[in-house]
Ligand binder design. Sequence first.
Ligand code: SF4
Length: 375
Amino acid sequence: MAGIYIHIPFCKKKCHYCDFYKTLDTGLADRFLEALKKELVLQNNYLDKSIINTIYIGGGTPSVLSAVQVREIIDTLNNNFSIDGDAEITMEANPDDIDKVYVRDIKRSGINRISLGIQSWNDEILSFLNRRHNAEQAEQALNSIFEAGIDNVSADLIYGIPGMTPGEWRENLLKTFSYDLVHLSAYHLTIEPGTVFGKMKDQGELSEIDEGMSEKQFRTLLDISEKKGFEQYEISNFCREGYHSIHNTNYWKREPYLGLGPSAHSFNGEQRQWNVSKLSVYLRNVENEIVPAESETLEKKDLYNEYIMTSLRTMWGVNLDYLEEITDKESRDYMNNLVVRFIKYGMVSRNQNNIVLTDQGKMISDNIISELMMV
Ligand code: SF4
């Protein structure tokens, strides 16, 4: 089984915190779509004819595309890959882009899961983040999705936002869980260099919230999601039983995937490949029948570090037998030695050959993971 990720690089407005590759030049959408269809053909051997069990259309903002354009993408995928009849086909959407007719039409094309970028239910916070929707539009979008018959719906929320009180975060969560969602992705805000927030930070106008507040909001997230019957299967991802995102889980379990569109990454077990992160260069390459990507073969250290970095964030954790299988005995011993002190302090637990973060460890997951890296 394998996955396909498609990066739609267009946004109508740039959010102040976002460092994903995107452009406001939506006038290039038709030309991009033609190039994307060409790239799908150019790269259709990358996954070695594997059956595709997940497709994820992300970005950027895929919902800036018309329903007809979405259909063209799905049709081209069907013509070039073997797609499982039960494949999870997700599309990210912005609340102010969609209505019932749009959702009905993309559903007819095969989209069976929507990830809705709600981020917050508080209009002041949405405006601070420079999102283009408001809470009422998020409400209408959710109603449209359910009325159109898509019930595999995930919401994105952001916490750790400067100025957001613990009470406001709690209200956001309760409001989100008042809908019949099956999945939640909740990300702590990070202030990335090069973003508007990054520049504000450089000028001393904005700073990250303190650790105590971060921890409090994370605990609220764990507490409410558990009470609502959601399982935390990755640091930032929660779901009802049976509704893990197949796409993300494939990444974490090191299944092969092909990424298409500017800045998209691919992985086939041994080699990592990344597409150029500039739309004009991407278009030029693909229009000249050139795969717009660079690649590298992963060495032992890369394989070790990537596996630790992704798997330790999940509820399945690190499996030492598997680590040895993809690297060697020396790597297993390296991990075994380093992890002892985290077990001693209750940050990590060990069950035979599996190593997982405890709730306490999840609070400082980034620190633990960086300590376990191979240098
Ligand atoms: S967060 Fe999403 S909508 Fe906002 S700028 Fe980034 S890609 Fe575009």
